[in-house]
Ligand binder design. Structure first.
Ligand SMILES: [Zn+2]
Length: 638
């Protein structure tokens, strides 16, 4: 729990700088000594003499202004003075996803009577979640507070912020507030999931305008630069004060569309007083400022200028500005553009339809026209930069794409980085591409991140000047590093909390504390039919994959508690075929031994009998093989 901040505890270093600098700054002292030592003695004496002859006279008036300015700094930097400490209002913040993981972002902000959700994202499964395509946050807590929820607020259109919307809306609907691009992309999802009618809940918003939502919330969307267009930070004001939620961001001073991050509005709130900041921690380990999206241009130009045959560029389909830049250089070198991949086609279409980007229509060609063009006249923009098995580029790499076969003169440009966990599949795809003879370019300068690094995180903290700080959006180590950066920027440690999914934090002008934990988790989704897969199915699949299965049919004569025939035993993934017979014999012995010592009356209850036998067989197999296969006994009692 974080306690009340006292008036003198913000930026203690700055407050004390003037009076104690030489005593407390460990860096400066040795330097000064070294300088003195290095100087010739005579000159040192001369300096001493000069100082002695001309002592500094302190002008009382100047000194007074130093004190006044110190007070100004204190007032300016200490958010304590700007909050209404008499207010008894409180707000609760509960992340239901997005912490301790990358993806699945969803956070509840809750007053006494009302609640809003910020973002409803999805995430991707681990390799051991067999047959699962996406993960959706567990909505249990939302079911609990359903009546309180007045709106869904969206920061930007990345899948890890909007991907779970259809799954939420299949169950419960609320008004959705967002800028146009996120709404267009959610609308597209609703179309795919046959939820067209739910688009009536959409409320497009204008940036820099304050919207009253429910009775308790006032929200402003502030433009942010990120790896997708039309991103926003949020200023969420309730009776307890203003909370700034950065959403995903970087501070790009030269964005492709010229729309810089609205740092003026952030500064406005910072000056007015911010209760709490929730800020993006993704790149908190990176000390070097994240380069501008525009910085990719020279590398694209260089690579494109040297290409002798076709160019195939792959990037995240949501990174419209990257695609835009690639297409521009394609045009510069006289190439026609062929867009391949469902999400890429759809995103470019939406961005053009809503006037976020503009191209002459005649520059685009269809995939079946590529073969008729000269290689030097073609730029293919496609999905698959993560080596996804169902992506267009991957299918091309293994020669299974209907229209595009990889040629030795092709240049493949991967304008992306590997999302942790995808390194293997990317490497596999590169092997395929190179085996087909193509050149693969994945230079570092051909991609930049969309997330703020340390320096931009510092700028965000300084702009908002919050009393409390909640680093969000990242795994535990990212969030911890961001906490350190926050402390460097003068936020006292007790005013920073590290949240995990499901932890409910209560914030009031006087305190911030953890109050309880609510249920969280993931729901497994099969993308083939967009349906949920129950947890026990995944557990069974994991067991099958790692330890195999044993099925046995046992016929028992109830009078004599004896098997009437040998048990039929079938196994998969546990013993090799050549040991099948020996294993069946082993099982026969186990069952026989079990029947010898069976309790009275057991044979009358088949279900209990099967359970009991399963335990016995499990124990035996574990003792022998250190494995826990699925065991399926069928007992027929006659
Ligand atoms: Zn994002």
């Amino acid at each position: 729990m974080a306690e009340e901040t006292q008036g003198n505890n913000t930026n203690p270093k700055q407050d004390t700088n003037t009076s104690t600098e030489t005593n407390t700054n460990p860096n400066r002292k040795p330097n000064q000594n070294r300088n003195n030592q290095n100087k010739p003695k005579a000159s040192g004496n001369r300096n001493k003499n000069r100082y002695r002859k001309q002592p500094i006279t302190v002008d009382a008036n100047l000194k007074e202004f130093v004190t006044k300015n110190q007070e100004v700094h204190k007032q300016r930097l200490n958010p304590h003075y700007k909050l209404d400490l008499n207010s008894r209002a409180k707000i609760r913040v509960t992340p239901l996803g997005g912490l301790g993981e990358i993806g699945g972002n969803i956070t509840v902000f809750e007053t006494q009577n009302e609640a809003i959700l910020v973002d409803v994202g999805m995430s991707f499964p681990d390799e051991d979640m067999h047959g699962v395509d996406i993960l959706v946050p567990d909505f249990s807590y939302l079911r609990e507070i359903r009546k309180k929820i007045v709106a869904v607020i969206i920061t930007h259109a990345h899948e890890d912020h909007i991907g779970a919307m259809p799954y939420l809306f299949k169950e419960m609907q609320f008004p959705v507030y967002a800028t146009p691009l996120p709404l267009a992309m959610i609308g597209n999802k609703f179309d795919e999931h046959h939820l067209k009618e739910h688009k009536k809940y959409f409320n497009p918003i204008e940036k820099r305008k304050i919207y009253k939502i429910g009775n308790d919330f006032e929200i402003e969307w502030m433009h942010m630069t990120h790896s997708i267009l039309d991103s926003s930070s949020l200023a969420i004001t309730t009776d307890s004060g203003t909370i700034i939620h950065t959403g995903d961001f970087k501070i790009d001073h030269t964005p492709v569309d010229g729309y810089t991050a609205d740092i003026h509005r952030l500064a406005y709130y910072g000056d007015k007083g911010v209760l709490c900041l929730l800020s993006d921690s993704t790149n908190s380990h990176n000390p070097i400022a994240t380069p501008s999206e525009l910085s990719v241009a020279p590398a694209l130009d260089r690579v494109f200028s040297k290409a002798e045959g076709r160019i195939l560029l792959s990037t995240f389909s949501s990174n419209i500005h990257r695609v835009y830049q690639a297409i521009q250089y394609g045009i510069k070198y006289g190439r026609k553009i062929c867009v391949i991949g469902r999400s890429m086609e759809r995103n470019i279409e939406i961005a053009m339809a809503y006037d976020y980007i503009r191209f002459p229509k005649n520059i685009f060609i269809d995939a079946d026209e590529v073969a008729r063009m000269s290689d030097k006249e073609v730029l293919i923009v496609t999905t698959g930069s993560q080596g996804e098995a169902n992506s267009a580029l991957f299918r091309m790499s293994i020669g299974e794409h209907r229209h595009i076969k990889i040629k030795p003169t092709d240049l493949i440009v991967l304008s992306s980085r590997a999302i942790p966990g995808n390194e293997g599949s990317i490497s596999g795809m590169m092997n395929h591409l190179q085996r087909a003879g193509a050149k693969v370019c994945m230079d570092k300068d051909i991609h930049v991140s969309g997330h703020a690094s340390m320096e931009e995180q510092k700028l965000m903290i300084r702009l908002c000047n919050p009393k409390f700080f909640l680093p969000v959006h990242g795994e535990y180590n990212h969030v911890m590093k961001h906490k350190e950066t926050g402390m460097m920027c003068g936020i006292p440690e007790r005013n920073i909390l590290i949240m995990t999914d499901g932890e409910q934090i209560e914030i009031a002008p006087k305190f911030m504390r953890k109050v309880k934990t609510v249920k969280t988790g993931k729901t497994y989704i099969d993308n083939q039919n967009n349906h949920q897969i129950e947890d026990d199915i995944i557990l069974d699949r994991q067991k099958l994959a790692s330890d195999g299965i044993v099925m046995m049919v046992v016929e028992v004569d109830s009078k004599h508690s004896k098997m009437t025939t040998k048990p039929r035993v079938t196994t998969f993934g546990l013993v090799p075929d050549k040991r099948d017979k020996a294993f069946a014999k082993e099982m026969e012995d186990v069952v026989e031994h079990y029947l010898l010592h069976i309790k009275d009356g057991m044979l009358e209850n088949t279900r209990a009998l099967e359970n009991d036998l399963r335990q016995v067989v499990r124990k035996h197999i574990y003792r022998r093989m250190k494995k826990y296969p699925l065991i399926v006994p069928h007992i027929l009692v006659s």
